[in-house]
Design a protein around this ligand. Sequence first.
Ligand code: ADP
Ligand code: MG
Length: 625
Amino acid sequence: RNNAEKFEFQAEVSRLMDIIVNSLYSNKDIFLRELISNASDALDKIRFLSLTDKEVLGEGDATKLDIQIKLDKEKKILSLRDRGIGMTKEDLIKNLGTIAKSGTSAFVEKVQSSGDLNLIGQFGVGFYSVYLVADYVEVVSKHNDDKQYVWESKADGAFAISEDTWNEPLGRGTEIRLHLRDEAQEYLEESKLKELVKRYSEFINFPIYIWASKEVDVEVPADEDDSGDEEETTDKTSSEEGEDEDAEKGEDEDTEKKPKTKTVKETTYEWEVLNDVKAIWLRSPKDVTEKEYIKFYHSLAKGFGDEKPMAWSHFTAEGDVEFKAVLYVPPKAPHNLYDSYYKSKSNLKLYVRRVFISDEFDELLPKFLSFLKGIVDSDTLPLNVSREMLQAHGSLKTIKKKLIRKALDMIRKIAEEDPDESSGKDEKEVEKSSDNDEKKGQYTKFWNEYGKSIKLGIIEDASNRNRLAKLLRFESTKSDGKLTSLDKYISRMKSGQKEILYITGTSQEQLEKSPFLERLKKKNYEVIFFTDPVDEYLMQYLMDYEGKQFQNVSKEGLKFGKDKTNKELKESFKELTKWWKGVLTTSKVDDVKISNRLDNTPCVVVTSKFGWSANMERIMQAQTL
Ligand code: ADP
Ligand code: MG
């Protein structure tokens, strides 16, 4: 093409494409899910803009927000068209090739080790999955702010962009044409496409049409030569089904009246809609099956597979602020959950009266719950205002508050329904149902994936601190290698024990040997092990639980009740303590005391009540280095 401009793919993208082209990954179907998801995103964007500016939709067909699929068996092209926002020339260059997404290299690594391409959408590079089935791809796109352009590439390290002077004008939107590889011809079969669209796009909020063939019986005059047997192809542009029925009825009558006709098969084409656009969250939770919730989760998570979400919660909030929501705990934490914790975005999709607004609304959930996925649809929020105005809307605070409560309830239920968790509890409380097996160990799984989030929540959210502390799990001198909770700790406290005892350090193994535990173990006190660096910070915020104070056993203030010998000992060692104080001087220690916390070890260094524990010193040192 004369007017084509050539570009090279960014190196990481090029590598990814090579991997995709040469992949032996068997589930090639996923490309369709990715294309539909992109089309749906593009439609969401134009619909959002149209809320404040109706003009952007244009006129006539351009106002129809839908997705259309066509199959061209002769040319071996599968095309998918949307009337979404479209891409300008610059968008095409940036989005499809030159700017690598942050997830690209992470995904390349993952695919190289596992060969699994299914999660491609989650890493923001779903588009390139088209090269699983096509060896040549054209993207025709028209954005309101630019002319129509064609992007094309054979995945050979380069792509070309040309101003489109030969295709039909799209009006607005994008048409992706896949020139299918020889071994991917199955994607030209209507039945295959219908099946895939149904599987992958049940929850897409825009109608998806396929240009479907239909065999109809047509009566033709039974004349001398048999030329009527040839199949005719008529394009039918109307998609109203009523017309067909009328036509058929008419035919029946005709047959009786005119015996000198015969029936021939004719292939006609028409747009057939493949999905019914229903919003699961608007339905009553009673009417939604478990299977539907799981499927909906997969559509939100941009990744399919057998993995079930750990839990979900579907509810309606009423009162001043009305909204419906579905929240999910994903089966696994995202790969970079804590690497970029403060930069992480909420994973909730915000809808206002069924119109998608944004999935980057940080005002909806606090950071520590950013691992949740789900949707929120509010009738209270205004629809035709800018994103900025929406972000500042007072109702968001109420929505957030309610979402946090519901999320914490949902997490608490994982624990309550986990038979492992209730061991030691009243037998009757353990639900004896068939799905007990499935729920067994779920909370440990939750804790391993998201425990740190709960701890960060305790640090960050004072108003929910107690609720979060209930969700806390840890090991202790009595937990027997399993996780235990503060409630269980309290239930095991010795009579007369007032404080919850804990010790911090780098590993449990190291802590088990700590001289601080000698006497406590002997006296049968339970001590919690905190071995994560975040635990030190956690314990600066978690002062008490259910009216019980926390005591770090390596700090001053540990009491064993009244010890009669204490006074005598103090007296008889008076001279020695005095001597020690002189030797160590006040710049090294604050005080030297007789202690009853030890058994075999002659002496220990104890931290003052408000000082940094030895472990905290270590953490701070590591950070400043
Ligand atoms: P993601 O969808 O996660 O952003 P993709 O690789 O699927 O990643 O798509 C890359 C980008 O290309 C999208 O973010 C979008 O900007 C653009 N894009 C892809 N398909 C379309 C489309 N049908 N209409 C408009 N823009 C699109
Ligand atoms: Mg995508």
